[in-house]
Structures are given as C-alpha cells and as structure tokens.
Ligand binder design. Structure first.
Ligand code: TYM
Length: 333
C-alpha cells in the first residue's frame, strides 16, 4: 500500500515586494517540498490588514505576490495555492481559537511587541490576535509540517499549544504541527545591520534585496553591505556581516562554509561581495523573467487561485465543522 504523503501548509503575507529573506527562508524550500509532500500554500492577505494598507497598493501587492510565488516555482496543479480571504473558514476558526488563546500568551509574542512599537498609532486588536488566525490557517488543514523562517518559530509554538489545549478538552480534533526550519537560509539578515532580520519594512532600502531588484541594484547593495574591520572570509562569532553573506552564498550555491572559506582564502571582502551579488543575480534572473510572464496573465492567476480556494474550502470546512460540533454548536445542516 502506498504510504500517505505528509501534509505541508505554509503562507506568506502580500505586504509588499517579496524579499531575498522570504525566498531563502521559505519559498525555495516550498518549491522543493512540492514533490515529496502534499503541500497547500496561501497568500495571507487577512494578516496584512493588521497594518493599514492603501487599497490600490494592497490589491497590486496581492497580484504581484501571487505572480512572484508562481515565478518561484509554486505549481498550483501540484499544490493548491489560494488567497486566504477567499476561504471563509480561516476567519471563522480564528474567532473560535481566539477563545482558546490566553491574553498572556499573545502578550509574549515578540512580533507583536516589535510591530506595536513600530506602528504605535495603530495597535489594533487584529495585530494582537494575529497568532490565533495563523493557528487557524495551519490547523484547518491538519498539517504535519509548516516550513517557515526562524522568525515565525514563536508563532508556531503557540499554534501547537492552542492545538494541544483544544485537543485536551475535546479529544483529537487538530493535528499538532511540526515547524520545518531549514538549517540554511532560515534567518537572512539586513545587509546594513546584520544583527536584524532582512525585512521589507527596513527603513534603509540598501539592507534588503527585493525579488524584483535589477542586477545593477543587487550588485550595488551587496557592495555596500556592512562587514567588519577584519579581512578574512571565515564564519566566526562577531563577524555578523560576513556570516550573513556566507549564509546567503551557501544557501544559493549549496557550498559548505568550509568550501567557501577555501574558495576565498587570500581574497578580500570586495571579491567575496561581488561573488555573492553575482550568485544572487543569477538565482533571481529566471524568477524575474517568469514574474513578467505571470503578472501579465491575470486570467491564468484567477484560474489558479479560484480552483485552489475551492479545494481549500472543502478540506478546511471538515475541520471547522468538527471543531464546532465538539464545542457544542448546533450543526446547520
Ligand atoms: P511573512 O510574510 O513575514 O514571511 C513569509 C516567510 O518568509 C520567512 N522570512 C524569512 N526567512 C529568513 N530570513 C528572513 N529575513 C525572513 N523574512 C521572512 C518567514 O519566516 C515566513 O516563513 N505570519 C506569517 C505568514 C503566515 C503563515 C501562516 C506562515 C500566515 N499564516 C501559517 C505559516 C503558516 C508571516 O507574516 O510571514
């Protein structure tokens, strides 16, 4: 008998241009997981309105993010890839899970603390309860594994706690998901401040490589990358800038840190930065070409996200119905 493939679920926010951090920490792994696992992916647009969005820009960002993921190799024929707001069960289960999530737990989320400091004029309830929506996203699909970058680990731990708490009261309703955090690329840092994660909301644009940056811009950003006053290309404590560049180079080329150290022995930081920049340019070139093709084909995108949403609605409805019934709600049919 053929063994049942493990279910993988993950999502990304359409909150602006996708970054090299998103790509190396998540999307590159999603692409490879598609053959081995039963994958479902989503654009987490409901999460994005926790920060105020300008409507026309938001809509464009959603289309662009969808086209970018197709360009990165997400194939909706293999892995349904839907838009979260098209599948009604997410907001429904999120409400339910909000009632099984403690104020104290949510208060400890570092992302909430960071984002509320950054958007002090809009510390809304959605920003606070965001992890309950994220738990709903995952638990609806009975996911075994959730591939994410290191910054999402705390949210995943909370999802596991919520699932365990719910199961503890009502029996086995949700699969308790495992995080999948790759050993490489899970924490790409800013090129301007390598102690912070690379993020699209970085005020210093030179710190962040966008998936659609031109080769020229990519090379310039790498040449300006902050390093240290030493001159050796070795992976070592205190060399955050070089460690970050080595991590990026290693994730793209597949070379180990030892191989990279040997390759650049006796060479300077300038040579190394050029090599990393060129590797990134070549990695992104085919993705950028495919992005142009997909973003011009809204009809194809619509076909993909509509079919995917239909599938996701069906699968997730089963879990939602089961959870509601266990709580004691009266079934509607
Ligand atoms: P988001 O949209 O911020 O990021 C998408 C994915 O990219 C990873 N990532 C990084 N990895 C390495 N280095 C970086 N600098 C870097 N920046 C981002 C993130 O870890 C993530 O895997 N809340 C989620 C979206 C979400 C979700 C979910 C994820 C909603 N529901 C359910 C998993 C399961 C978020 O804001 O990711």
């Amino acid at each position: 008998m053929e063994e049942k493939k493990k279910r993988v679920f993950s999502a990304i926010q359409p909150s602006g241009t996708i970054t090299l951090g998103n790509y190396l920490g998540a999307l590159k792994n999603w692409k490879f997981m598609q053959d081995e696992f039963d994958c479902i992916f989503a654009l987490a647009d409901l999460h994005t309105i926790t920060v105020r969005q300008e409507p026309a820009t938001f809509r464009k960002n959603i289309y662009d993010a969808y086209a970018s993921l197709l360009a990165c190799g997400i194939d909706p024929e293999k892995s349904p890839f839907f838009i979260q707001s098209h599948v009604t069960t997410h907001a429904q289960l999120a409400w339910v899970l909000n009632c099984y999530t403690q104020f104290g737990e949510l208060s400890r989320m570092t992302q909430f603390k960071d984002k509320s400091a950054k958007h002090a004029d809009n510390v809304n309830a959605g920003l606070f309860t965001y992890p309950a929506l994220m738990a709903a996203d995952i638990l609806l699909y009975q996911a075994d594994m959730v591939p994410v970058g290191a910054d999402q680990k705390q949210h995943l731990e909370l999802s596991r706690n919520i699932a365990e708490r719910f199961n503890g009261i009502y029996g086995n309703v949700f699969k308790v998901p495992e995080p999948y955090i790759a050993s490489k690329g899970a924490s790409v840092k800013s090129l301007q401040d390598p102690t912070k994660k690379m993020s699209k909301s970085d005020e210093n644009l030179n710190g962040c490589i966008m998936l659609n940056d031109s080769p020229d811009i990519i090379m310039k950003k790498f040449k300006r990358a902050v390093t240290d006053s030493d001159s050796k290309i070795v992976y070592a404590e205190g060399k955050d800038g070089i460690n970050n560049l080595m991590g990026i180079y290693s994730t793209i080329t597949g070379k180990s840190f030892e191989d990279i150290e040997a390759e650049f022995e006796g060479k300077g930081y300038g040579d190394f930065k050029t090599a990393v920049g060129e590797a990134v340019v070549e990695e992104l070139r085919p993705i950028q070409e495919r992005f142009v093709k997909y973003s011009a084909d809204k009809a194809y995108m619509q076909e993909c996200y509509s079919k995917s949403a239909e599938f996701a609605q069906k699968i997730s409805q089963r879990t939602l119905d089961k959870a509601m019934k266990k709580i004691g709600f009266v079934p509607h049919a």
